[in-house]
Design a protein around this ligand. Structure first.
Ligand SMILES: [Fe+2]
Length: 301
């Protein structure tokens, strides 16, 4: 079987998430799809990890010593997930400093298959306008449907999109919320297929919870959405936190899968801009400027 052609060089050289470390059985190979290519991966009991383009002699479910696999793809373990790259990756992955704060609960909440492109999944994550309609009674409720003015910029110090001053009334913003509150959001898009959301903590007004979406492009119209939470929550166990996040994502999944077209149009005239879409417009321009075509419909030259 011929391997699928590689995607645009920017996408090829990105770090991509492929599995939650907690989902791996040490010494046992597992398999997934990344950028249309079968990729296998494993960890050893000592935490060494490996990923490789699938081979007949190391089948999924079979025994493997990760540290002995050669040749292997570049790998790194970050934020509870295993990341790999089919090209030449950057030395560093984007930072999430909060992950290292000792009083946070870090949870690899879910890895969910969705039939949509990676850029559509990120764009939906950035969209506050859908809260009252899709997450009714939890992340939004009528009559609080207005998306208030907010700011979008490319961060000064890093190549990432930053949406700030986002505010939204939420009836039940998290597992520790006791009643509705106006929640402040900051969105970062530090990677073409990953977004990190900060939202007011219901426990500590001076700090924010972190909800990250790491999208694994299996194909141009098929992803696994990996959710990472870094929360101030001393009341609930991981099961309660996961269940809350799964409930939210279960509401998004059919919306995502009904997107048409499944790939994200990058032509500025493709869709009508409204205020809620300000971050989406910035995101589309940023992808286009980078030359990302994977999972998109590039603007006609
Ligand atoms: Fe949503």
């Amino acid at each position: 079987m011929r391997a699928a052609p590689l995607p645009d060089p920017v996408t090829r050289d990105l770090w991509h998430p492929i599995a939650a470390i907690g989902d791996l059985r040490p010494g046992v190979a597992a398999a997934t799809l990344l950028l249309d290519r079968p990729v296998s991966y494993a960890v050893d009991a000592d935490g060494s990890a490996a990923a490789w383009e699938a081979r007949a002699d190391l089948p999924a479910g079979g025994p493997v010593t990760a540290s002995a696999v050669a040749p292997a793809l570049p790998t790194r373990v970050a934020y509870g997930y295993l990341w790999t790259c089919l090209g030449t990756p950057a030395a560093a992955l984007f930072p999430i400093p909060e992950y290292a704060e000792p009083d946070r609960r870090n949870v690899a909440a879910a890895s969910i298959g969705v039939n949509v492109s990676a850029p559509r999944a990120i764009e939906n994550f950035l969209d506050m306008g859908h809260f009252p309609y899709v997450h009714t009674g939890i992340l939004g409720a009528e009559p609080h449907t207005e998306v208030k003015e907010y700011d979008v910029a490319i961060a000064q110090d890093r190549d990432e999109i930053l949406a700030t001053r986002c505010r939204f009334f939420q009836p039940m913003s998290s597992t520790v919320a006791e009643g509705g509150m106006e929640v402040e959001y900051v969105y970062r898009v530090p990677h073409p297929f990953c977004s990190v959301l900060y939202k007011s903590s219901a426990l500590d007004p001076a700090r924010m919870d972190v909800i990250a979406l790491f999208v694994q492009p299996m194909g141009q119209e098929r992803v696994r959405a990996h959710m990472m939470l870094s929360l101030l929550d001393d009341r609930n166990d991981d099961t309660v936190i996961r269940r809350f996040q799964l409930m939210i994502f279960g509401q998004d999944k059919p919306i995502l899968e009904n997107q048409f077209p499944k790939r994200l149009p990058l032509d500025p005239r493709a869709e009508t801009p409204i205020r809620a879409d300000k971050s989406a417009i910035a995101y589309r321009r940023w992808l286009a400027a980078k030359g990302i075509t994977y999972g998109t419909i590039p603007a006609a030259a």
